[in-house]
Unconditional design. Structure first.
Ligand SMILES: [Zn+2]
Length: 272
């Protein structure tokens, strides 16, 4: 059995601030340790459920966060960027399940450290009229490969966001949202135990969770935080300007759609 783990940092217990998540943050290395140990808990749970191969994709920022030497030796690690499939790099149709650890809510919702891919760029992303954050978009990549996304860990509100996409997904709430940068956190040892047990249960019940898909064609609208970001993205020939903050495009293939979303955000992110 092959299990894919996409690991972000904002949804890890104890992490509430840019000092934790930014490369030059004073508490970043401590946050990386907390992230690594929540991933290890997931790996242990997967091994208990009979996983034979586990790929962990480091999915935050530089994508060089997990302390490799501290990662469970049964897990192989994808680190570094850029990656064509970003937070889902390494996934293919021979995996049995995908798991999201340390995830957070979409920009503009409540939830700890809410944002969508780039907190200085994206206001919202809609596909066929439905708003998605990182969880939904990444679960749709897994769905493209017919792989079910069976578990998400993070704050109470990312659990709700995930359940709105996939009704019987396993959710592990390691912290409760008080506001965007304040949480009631479970102790790290308790959070890890919940993740380990939840992973084992989720893998055992993986056949009850369908791969997450929506019908093509994919009509995408991306709204940016200021007009200069949309000005840059509008240069692309397949992009339409819908309103001062919003661009749109249409794709038939979901991987093309995801890569286009990622590309436009990187392009806008280059605007000074
Ligand atoms: Zn992140």
């Amino acid at each position: 059995m092959k299990i894919f783990i996409s690991a972000d940092i904002e949804g890890v217990s104890g992490i509430v601030h840019g000092e934790h998540t930014a490369r030059d943050g004073r508490e970043h290395d401590y946050a990386r340790k907390l992230m690594t140990e929540e991933v290890n808990a997931c790996v242990l749970g997967a091994l208990d459920a009979g996983a034979k191969e586990i790929i962990v994709n480091d999915s935050h920022g530089t994508m060089r966060n997990i302390f490799h030497e501290d990662l469970h030796p049964k897990a192989a690690l994808i680190s570094g960027s850029p990656k064509k499939l970003a937070m889902m790099e390494g996934l293919s149709d021979d995996f049995d399940a995908a798991i999201c650890i340390g995830y957070h809510t979409m920009m503009g919702s409540n939830g700890i450290l809410n944002h969508t891919f780039n907190g200085r760029v994206v206001k919202s992303i809609e596909i066929n009229g439905q708003a998605f954050g990182e969880f939904g978009l990444n679960a749709l990549v897994a769905g493209y490969f017919n792989v079910p996304t069976i578990l998400v860990s993070g704050c109470d509100l990312v659990a709700q966001e995930a359940a709105a996409c996939i009704s019987n997904i396993h959710t592990i709430e390691v912290k409760q949202t008080i506001n965007r940068t304040t949480a009631l956190n479970k102790h790290p040892i308790v959070a890890r135990e919940l993740i380990k047990k939840g992973t084992t249960q989720a893998i055992k019940g993986r056949n009850d969770v369908p791969p997450f898909k929506i019908e093509p064609p994919y009509s995408v609208k991306i709204s940016f935080l200021h007009t200069g970001l949309a000005d840059a993205v509008e240069i692309l020939p397949m992009v339409q300007r819908v309103d001062p903050l919003t661009i749109s495009f249409v794709m038939r293939d979901f991987l093309d759609c995801y890569r286009m979303i990622r590309s436009t955000i990187m392009m806008a992110g280059a605007v000074q």
